[in-house]
Design a protein around this ligand. Sequence first.
Ligand SMILES: *[C@@H]1O[C@H](CO)[C@@H](O)[C@H](O)[C@H]1NC(C)=O
Length: 231
Amino acid sequence: MSINDVIVLITVVTFTLALSTTVVTASCGVQAIPPSTSLPGTAIVGGAPATPHSWPWAAQLKFQGNHYCAATLIHPKWVVTAAHCTQEIWVGFSKVHLGSHSRDQIDVGKEVQIGQIKTYLIHMKYTYTSVDDTVLNQVVVPVIGVNVCNSTQMYDGYIKDGMFCAGYAEGGKDACQGDSGGPYQVARSDGSWELYGLVSWGDGCAEPNRPGIYTHIPTYVDWINDVIAST
Ligand SMILES: *[C@@H]1O[C@H](CO)[C@@H](O)[C@H](O)[C@H]1NC(C)=O
């Protein structure tokens, strides 16, 4: 069991670069390259490769070229990720990559933006007690109600306010290590996408009765807006 390891809230990282045209020409939550909607159903388990560059707000945190966490662009200078990802951030050395398709290589000639991490802020409620795929994948997983997820069959009381669960009771599809900090996004009726959660933690990957746990963005949206407004 690793569920005590990471009780995760949000980190925001300053992003200091000109944005790619694929980001700035689309409005917030609308992509220039439509995503794949055929989703057969690995980091992500049971997923499928995303259409290249179809999630222009998908970001990666890298140190010396190695991917260690995912993140999401929410503002020209800010990305959000899971708080435990800050364990591996070295200010001045860690980079944010935006517009990648390959997880471990730089897509030469594509509109990959690389930003220096300037600073980050961790939400006050974060506590940390201790603690692979080659392209960026996507997977569809439904939200599991807190009563079910917090029950003895699943996470037995470990689900706290500000978290939610998504996946399948039978397992088979899930986020996994390396996906941490990545987006859980929901389609709005107007066709745009809303950031609803961040991949936070889970016990193993895609195991039965062990769905993924996500940070619930609406719980933290006021804090995010305050941080952005105050800088
Ligand atoms: C999950 O169960 C624990 C133990 O009963 C409780 O303290 C906690 O508030 C529950 N989580 C949620 C989100 O209701």
